[in-house]
Design a protein around this ligand. Sequence first.
Ligand SMILES: Cc1cc2nc3c(=O)[nH]c(=O)nc-3n(C[C@H](O)[C@H](O)[C@H](O)COP(=O)(O)OP(=O)(O)OC[C@H]3O[C@@H](n4cnc5c(N)ncnc54)[C@H](O)[C@@H]3O)c2cc1C
Length: 446
Amino acid sequence: MNIFKQSVENKTCISCGICKVYSKEKIEFEYIDKEQKFIPSIKNQIFEDNSFCIGEEINMKRLSNYRFNKDNLKNPIGFYKNLYVGHSTNKEIRKNASSGGLAPEIVSYLLKTKKYDYAIIAENILDPKNSNSKVIDKNYNIKNSQGSIYHSVNMSTALDVLKKHEKSKIIFVGLPCQIAALYEAKMRISNLDKKEILTIGLFCGGYNKFDGFKYYLKNFLADDQINKIKNIRYRVGNFPGNISLKFNDDSHKIIPRTRNNTTINIIKYMIGTQGYWQFLRCRLCPDQVNDFADIALGDPHLKEYKNYDNDGYSIVISRTSKGQNILLNMLELKRINLNQIEENKVLESQSWVLLNRRHITPYYLIAKLLKFKTPKLINYDHFNSYKTSNYISAIVDMIKLKIPINRFTKNFFIIPFQIFEYLFLTYAPRMILKRIIKILINKKND
Ligand SMILES: Cc1cc2nc3c(=O)[nH]c(=O)nc-3n(C[C@H](O)[C@H](O)[C@H](O)COP(=O)(O)OP(=O)(O)OC[C@H]3O[C@@H](n4cnc5c(N)ncnc54)[C@H](O)[C@@H]3O)c2cc1C
């Protein structure tokens, strides 16, 4: 069977849109309510012989050899040139950003100075069923691209530009799977390989179905109000941000996430966003820190950056000389601020989740036991080992994907299980006691 059709059937398609690049005919993408993502309509299109689908295969070693001429990775944060914490010096861009506004600042600088012609970005102005990507140039209002979009984005809408404008220089801002798919295509299609593309990658813990957010929003809104959401921004205000909703009648509402919220609500937020509604392919992904991008960006989940009065910072990893030179140039021009940080800080900023993802094999074993169809995986040799804790996380996370979600399971399994996980699965006894008290008094957390 055609690999793209197979990934749709196996539910491992991740809406990256790159199948479009291999197809000689048009491919339509449609938002499928049940799956809450954009699925390509694969019919009788003729594809390049060596077509590749990132939903069906993840080969970290091959991509690593293509990008860095080596595949012996031992460091969980990937191959890199330099590590920083930084931010845009443009106050408005920084204020609108999820973290430090580095992604839009770099795009804006490179387009305005004509160093690059176009950028492919995910736009953040429509409702989840219409979230798409766009090809932008120096005239675009970069504000419309800002903010992390945690539900599925139809990346295919901008990808025709990869086949056109042979000599144009392009910036691609994307998640690890999107960037991996792009480089797999570059490896296979010589016209694309000749194209100058700069990749700005976001760290990624995975997409979440919008129904998961709806589950959480129901604590604050009536069903008919939820159905009138015109746009959702997941991270507004001081880091790590609140949810901002815009409704059909243009009214707005701010909903707390993890700050200024009760412990029970935070547990409900964890239920809605950390497992039950995640995509299978995201659960099986070993690449959290965008291993193959020229510049990778993430959130500094570190005590020193959780000062709620700050305007936002980004973790910045330059992985190639191209990425490094752009950053240094922008630093010299004072378009950005950068301070070097240690490896252990980058690791700490992604907590145990990063190590868990690196040692992903148990997830594949449990997924197969639970009869999920999995992509083929070739991980770095060093991370093929695993510990009991990796197994425990894999069992917990994969069971969450298998549980049917209905009123009964929500009340009698999902909520008690999340409280159990919150208390016992990741923390030491002193922390458990502290958390039991927090649940019992359930007062607002800062
Ligand atoms: C699904 C998802 C999961 C994430 N998980 C983690 C994580 O586990 N750890 C961590 O440290 N950081 C994570 N991030 C990254 C982080 O939240 C910030 O997006 C990143 O640091 C860039 O912030 P910024 O301030 O530079 O850009 P902003 O000013 O916030 O602009 C965001 C940029 O990212 C692009 N973008 C947003 N959403 C998408 C999307 N879905 N697909 C493609 N491009 C998109 C926009 O087009 C824009 O260019 C995640 C982001 C997403 C979208």
